[in-house]
Design a protein around this ligand. Structure first.
Ligand code: PLP
Length: 492
């Protein structure tokens, strides 16, 4: 390990209580083992696998033991449909505390007027947000016009008219191959079935978001909802500009910051790059760069907060109280100054990884990064994304294949590999380690050949990895992994 990585290390939370956490996990695993040993074995093996591989999946992280332990309690046993203080079940006084603390931390951390901690996932958070906008902008005015207070008061005919209006709205989001997410209006997802959808892309030359084209698409399509946010775009977005565009066309701006919420929480994205003050509604997952439990959150401006609060029963059932508790713990961690140091390191490390690739002649979509994502175009190695992903996995490098703009290999095989720095930064990796990671990745890709299917053809899935490559790369990464242990001090 280099001096740089030692001195600038922003240690993951948990080392200070590792002994207590070890005892808790040892006991828990003994109990699980006595009931279903295969689950105990898979749980132990998962830790060993995660400890032993280079986790570069941009949407994953390592939550602290405090967050993980919080999920394993009897809070899971309680039904608590409804909202804080207004539940459809008796005995929710403790869940009320849990949800209030989670929402309070979310409001404080993100400077949001309102926060809703119930969504079970990012998809759920987006569904809550979509329906909050539909309820506020379509349902409420229709009810007012008809002089009705509640949908149950409507005649069959009026209800049918309202249902048709709700199902006849427009949504504009980033295209999948430019880095958008399935929930932003794509047909295989319910968002594409609920809305008439159009997408905005990126410049085919630079791969960068073209705000003028986005504005032109919004003027032409006039969406009810303009969605900002992405899963695989390696650059920052100017959300003030998105809000201007939304205002010009009368759209509600909804930003899905699932991927980069940790960079917002850690104050790496501020001003125009922080979506929270600009968007009417902001959604996120809590488990990616934010480093919490698997789950979702919705933040809203006051005009949408009542409708967001009706996420249950609108699209959710009983909240996962144990996960809301873990969200509260993770958000409390993210309010510590050490989280800001972590978030800055995530962004710095992405730059180091990108530089490492560029210095070794690789091509990156947009030519680099200024968030936590690096998108490598593997066509210059003569490979599809699928071949590259599998060959890297053979060498213990865990990534995922991803489309690139105008992808010649389509959405299944793809031409890109998406890398993210949040997880390995939690382990303590610094820029020197990420440069080494770039070297190892390039070593694997340079030694991977697509399998031949005949005199001129090549498979898009099959490949050969030159002898010794996987072993060489695994040995090199084992050294860096050992110097940056996952859950240091935690023994099972
Ligand atoms: N939104 C974005 C931008 C995402 O990248 C993802 C997941 O990758 C989601 C939503 C969905 O999150 P979840 O898997 O928690 O439903």
């Amino acid at each position: 390990m280099t001096a740089d990585s030692v001195t600038s290390s922003a240690a993951a939370p948990g080392a200070e209580y590792a002994d207590t956490a070890s005892a808790a996990y040892q006991a828990a695993l003994r109990v699980i083992e006595s009931v279903e040993p295969r689950i105990a074995a898979a749980t132990r093996k998962e830790l060993a696998d995660q400890r032993g591989s280079l986790k570069l999946i941009a949407s994953e992280n390592y939550a602290s033991p405090a967050v993980l332990l919080t999920m394993g309690t009897w809070l899971s046993d309680k039904y608590a449909e409804g909202t804080i203080g207004h539940r459809f079940y008796a005995g929710c006084q403790n869940v009320d505390v849990v949800e209030s603390v989670a929402a309070e931390h979310a409001r404080e951390l993100f400077g949001a007027p309102y926060a809703y901690a119930q969504p079970h996932s990012g998809i759920d958070a987006n569904l809550v947000a979509f329906w909050a906008v539909l309820a506020t902008r379509v349902e409420a005015p229709e009810l007012a016009e008809l002089g009705a207070k509640h949908v149950n008061d409507l005649s069959e005919a009026d209800w049918e008219t309202l249902r048709n209006k709700l199902g006849n709205q427009r949504l504009l989001g980033m295209s999948l191959d430019a880095g958008g997410h399935l929930t932003h209006g794509f047909r295989p997802n319910i968002s594409g079935k609920m809305f008439h959808q159009r997408s905005y892309g990126t410049d085919p030359e630079t791969g960068l978001l073209d705000y003028d084209k986005l504005a032109a698409a919004a003027r032409e399509f006039k969406p009810l909802i303009l969605v900002g946010g992405y899963s695989a775009y390696p650059r920052r977005v100017n959300f003030a500009k998105l809000r201007e565009i939304a205002d010009e066309v009368g759209a509600t701006l909804m930003v899905d910051m699932a991927h980069f919420a940790g960079l917002v929480a850690g104050k790496v994205f501020t001003g125009d790059e922080n979506p929270v003050p600009h968007a009417h509604v902001t959604t996120t997952t809590t488990h990616k760069s934010l480093r919490g439990p698997r789950g979702g959150l919705v933040l809203a401006q006051p005009e949408y907060s009542d409708a967001v609060d009706k996420g249950c029963p609108m699209v959710l059932g009983g909240p996962l109280s144990h996960v809301m508790a873990a969200k509260a713990v993770a958000l409390a961690e993210a309010r510590q100054p050490s989280f800001q140091a972590y978030a800055q390191r995530v962004a710095d490390n992405a730059k180091a990884l990108a530089e490492g690739f560029l210095n070794r002649g690789a091509r990156l979509v947009t030519g680099g990064t200024d968030n936590h994502i690096v998108l490598l175009d593997v066509t210059s190695f003569g490979l599809t994304g699928r071949q590259a992903e599998s060959a890297l996995l053979d060498a213990g490098v865990v990534t995922n294949r991803n489309s690139i703009p105008a992808d010649p290999n389509g959405a299944w095989y793809t031409s890109g590999i998406r890398f993210g720095t949040p997880a390995l930064t939690t382990r303590g990796f610094g820029s020197a380690e990420f440069d080494r990671v770039a070297e190892l990745v390039v070593d694997v890709l340079n030694n991977t050949q697509p399998a031949s299917t005949g005199p001129t053809g090549f498979s898009k899935a099959k490949y050969t990895l030159a002898d010794g490559t996987a072993e060489r790369v695994q040995a090199a990464s084992a050294e860096i992994l050992a110097a940056n242990p996952l859950y240091p001090g935690l023994t099972l």
